[in-house]
Design a protein around this ligand. Structure first.
Ligand code: G3P
Length: 225
């Protein structure tokens, strides 16, 4: 497993502030915060930005998707080998904005494992997390879809989804559980940690802020203070 906990994974999604040249700039800001706070930070970026970003920073860079395919005739698909060759250390899979069919998810996890790409699999509920745990990804991130992009965090609005996920996942395997959706403040992070989360997935608090470094530093302090 290439990522250390506790960890903040900043998901760049397709935000304008986090794609192209701006992806590189934002990743450098994330790297600086990781250095200053000594908190593990990784970024998940668009495939098109993987090479640029992974050349620019030393923190782990993930892809936001892979397809469970091998070399060959698969026009328009995302080849895991090529993501790795372009700097990906791992991948986000099954995000609520990019849901997988269950058999594709199983194949994608297996494929990523074979390539030594770290798998961070998203689950919209503790039930989904339990099903996904059977595939033994490196991390499971629970994110209630209705809270994504909002101002109320998963750790405030649905603390029980975090504790239930951890319990259900641990019954199957000792997979670290992360959480995400609506996390905006250090207190949100502290609550997530208290509930047993080993890290957070975050997007809009960083990608929509005029001061992403300052916000990320405050959030990182949630793992320290
Ligand atoms: O993958 C992280 C994401 O879905 C959470 O988004 O904007 O609520 O931090 P956001």
């Amino acid at each position: 497993m290439g990522l250390k906990t506790p960890i903040i994974i900043v998901n760049f999604k397709t935000y304008e502030s986090a794609t192209g040249k701006s992806a590189e700039k934002l990743a450098k800001i994330c790297e600086k915060v990781a250095k200053v706070t000594k908190v593990n930070i990784a970024v998940a970026v668009q495939d098109a930005d993987l090479y640029r970003v992974s050349k620019a920073v030393k923190i782990p860079v993930l892809s936001e998707h892979i397809d469970p395919i091998d070399y060959g005739a698969h026009t328009g698909h995302t080849l895991p080998e090529d993501l790795k060759a372009n700097g990906a250390k791992g991948c986000l899979l099954n995000h609520s904005e990019d849901r997988f069919k269950i058999d594709d998810l199983e194949k994608s996890i297996a494929k990523a494992k074979a390539l030594k790409l770290t798998t961070v699999v998203c689950a919209s509920s503790d039930y989904t997390a339990e099903s996904v745990a059977a595939f033994h990804p490196d991390f499971i991130a629970v994110e209630p879809p209705e809270l994504i992009g909002g101002n109320v965090s998963v750790s405030t609005a649905k603390p029980q989804i975090i504790t239930k996920t951890i319990k259900k996942v641990n019954n199957i395997s000792n997979i670290p559980v992360l959480c995400g959706a609506g996390i905006k403040t250090k207190t949100d992070v502290q609550k997530a940690v208290e509930l047993g989360a080993q890290g957070i997935l975050i997007a809009s608090a960083i990608t929509k802020s005029p001061h992403p470094g300052k916000i990320l530093e405050q959030l990182a302090m949630g793992f320290i203070e």
